[in-house]
Design a protein around this ligand. Sequence first.
Ligand code: ITT
Length: 189
Amino acid sequence: MITFITGNNHKVEEAENIFEKFNIELEHIDLGYTEPQGTLEDVAKAGAEYAAQKLNKSVIVEDAGLFIKALSWFPGTYSSYVQDTIGNQGILKLMNNIKNTEDRYAEFRSVIGYCAPNIEPKIFLGKVSGSIAFEEKGNEGFAFDPIFYVPEKDKTFGELTTNEKNQFSHRRNSLELFVNWYKTIEDNK
Ligand code: ITT
């Protein structure tokens, strides 16, 4: 069993669905720790280390963000703040004069931090490519999902079910890297 530390229930729902595919049971705890300012990797490492010591067990945390090329990879590590303040409409406004889909390239990144008591934290990075849509579409998912357009599907993340998003999302990719590594250490116990 793995303990996922997060305050975001959408993440829990997605992670549960992904771990089911790998036959790993997931427990969820909301610890509410203060995140340091830094890269996704810094935040995931620090969070995992803190939670593992505090709970005295092996844990994962995740730090994620939306990175938009035309905005010099903004909002990136400020994604949470930007989602809570200007929101999707604010992002669309910033992209107003960028008319071609190719120029609206964006990626979601997810970094999983894993740690257990008295070991160094480990991190796993997953990404997914897409572009910023011209308007919000769909009621599935959460946060930036309605403005994240995936050309291969001709749909936004907001128009995909959790199950569909979980086939190839940034979170699927980071969690899959984690699970593959975790299974090797479990097998060696
Ligand atoms: P934690 O408790 O796990 O930290 P959080 O909601 O603060 O949850 P992050 O800092 O990792 O999550 O995420 C940064 C922002 O990006 C935040 O506003 C999220 O809602 C948003 N986000 C993360 N993953 C997303 C996804 O798959 N789809 C849409 N928005 C996402």
